[in-house]
Design a protein around this ligand. Structure first.
Ligand code: ZN
Length: 146
């Protein structure tokens, strides 16, 4: 876990005060951020959470919790809205790749339930054109060996 500061494209060490063994939400409150009021991106996920600073309007300055490995969080402080927007823009391709991975995994699991085999298996019932092409390729290889 790391804590960084991001200000309009510039990265620096954070001055976030987080004593050992203190719960993250308690540390947020200690540093002046709202506790338990995260805005999530994507909406139903836990990938990026934005905690606004207490007593300010809008969502900046804020602390951004980012989960890049599905298990642990890293934290980024942003001072103002432009910094937050720039950070979210920088993270967008990572979020997109993550979401695509989630959708792909879901589709593969669904396919296995519906068809009883992996989506990678070329099956005569599910993929008649692919199956025909596979048979032609196998025949061509056999002819080549003779
Ligand atoms: Zn099949």
């Amino acid at each position: 876990m790391d804590i960084w500061k991001y200000s309009r494209g510039e990265w620096a060490e954070s001055v976030f005060d987080w004593p050992d063994l203190m719960d993250f939400e308690d540390a947020l409150q200690r540093n002046g951020y709202s506790r338990g009021a995260a805005i999530n991106f994507p909406e139903d996920g836990d990938f990026i959470e934005v905690y606004p600073k207490l007593g300010t309007e809008g969502i900046a300055p804020c602390m951004v919790a980012v989960c890049l490995d599905a298990s642990s969080n890293d934290f980024i402080q942003t001072d103002d809205l432009p910094s937050l927007i720039m950070l979210l823009k920088d993270l967008a391709p990572i979020v997109s790749a993550y979401e695509t991975g989630v959708m792909s995994e879901l589709a593969q699991k669904s396919f296995r339930i519906w068809h009883g085999h992996s989506h990678r298996l070329i099956c005569q019932e599910c993929d008649p054109i692919g199956y025909e092409q596979l048979q032609k390729a196998r025949s061509a290889r056999k002819r080549g060996k003779q």
